[in-house]
Design a protein around this ligand. Structure first.
Ligand code: ADP
Ligand code: MG
Length: 305
């Protein structure tokens, strides 16, 4: 079964105003899908329509092919990990207790909880021999978000919803947690729906990106499609400041490889990054002076912190 999450003509109206307006979107098993848009565009509401923290005014959400409304609430939520901006760890419980709270609630024995939580703590870079017995206030914000991720993963959900999980962190922590999400996604193959208002973060993480504005899904596409072929002016404006740079800026940022053989397409350092992305739609490599640039270079440049 391919479709993990599907929104079919979903709307949520609050006091006559649509927070989410006729949303149609399918997210496949194993995808890392990013929903991006400014504050108030309906991202959180869309996420909560999946785990039924919000019920729709119209339409249906399907999870693994079954209407969300046809699940028992605990079964629905038990199969979905949820990570928020503030992971809200219980201050009077250890990291181990916090991370294993769902497992404990579903009756998993202590020894099994320890095995699972310790393995995950190690996996997210929190050596369990050092961290398991600490209290939340002894951890940095970034470390607390790592515990939030462990807690979400502990019960082995096949879907993880992440709502601006790194928005409150400093750029360095944010970056290393983004790397962690990419690694975990590659390792576990879990379906991840990641919400952010940060365009750079969206471009860095998403295989596919959905752009929300005013409750309406404006465009769905790859990072490259969204930046080079925005569906409308709204999308273009949201991403535009990322495209006006020059190729020289890409080179100055250290991207690209010294070439031994020129590619078939050659551009000047004074050409724009937009021109470079157009060229990379049809060429694997573009040569600028004595450097070769690929789509991977471009995306890393566009998505840099
Ligand atoms: P985002 O997560 O993109 O910032 P939200 O989904 O939180 O957007 O909100 C979308 C719109 O719906 C906003 O205008 C917000 O004020 C409104 N909204 C969200 N939740 C509620 C609620 N419980 N009651 C009334 N209005 C709400
Ligand atoms: Mg939100």
């Amino acid at each position: 079964m391919d479709e993990m999450i599907e929104f079919r003509h979903i709307s949520k109206i609050y006091q006559g105003q649509a927070a989410v307006n006729d949303l149609n979107l399918t997210i496949d098993a194993g995808e890392l899908f990013v929903l991006v848009g400014p504050s108030g565009s309906g991202k959180t509401t869309a996420l909560k329509l999946i785990n039924r923290l919000v019920e729709p005014t119209d339409g249906d959400t399907y999870v693994r092919g079954t209407r969300a409304i046809d699940y028992k609430l605990e079964d629905l939520r038990g199969g979905i990990g949820y990570v928020l901006q503030n992971s809200a760890l219980f201050p009077n419980m250890t990291i181990f207790q916090n991370a294993g709270i769902q497992l404990e609630a579903s009756g998993v024995a202590l020894a099994d909880r320890q095995t699972r939580v310790n393995e995950l703590l190690d996996r997210v870079g929190l050596d369990h021999t050092n961290y398991a017995q600490r209290m939340p206030n002894e951890l940095s914000g970034g470390e607390q978000q790592r515990v939030g991720i462990v807690r979400a993963l502990a019960a082995k959900p096949d879907i993880i919803l992440m709502d601006e999980p790194f928005s409150a962190l400093d750029p360095l922590s944010r970056r290393s947690l983004q790397d962690l999400v990419l690694e975990l996604h590659a390792d576990l193959g879990t379906t991840i729906l990641f919400v952010t208002h940060d365009m750079g973060e969206a471009l860095r993480l998403g295989n596919r990106i959905g752009v929300m504005y005013d409750g309406v899904l404006q465009q769905v596409g790859s990072p490259q499609e969204i930046t080079t072929h925005p569906a409308n002016e709204l999308v273009e404006t949201l991403f535009s400041e990322r495209r006006i740079a020059l190729i020289q800026d890409v080179l100055d940022a250290g991207f690209g490889q010294a070439i031994t053989m020129p590619a078939t397409m050659t551009l000047m350092p004074t050409d724009s990054v937009a021109t470079l992305s157009e060229a990379l739609l049809t060429h694997d490599t573009v040569t600028v002076a004595d450097v070769s640039l690929t789509t991977a270079d471009l995306l890393r440049f566009v998505a840099r912190g």
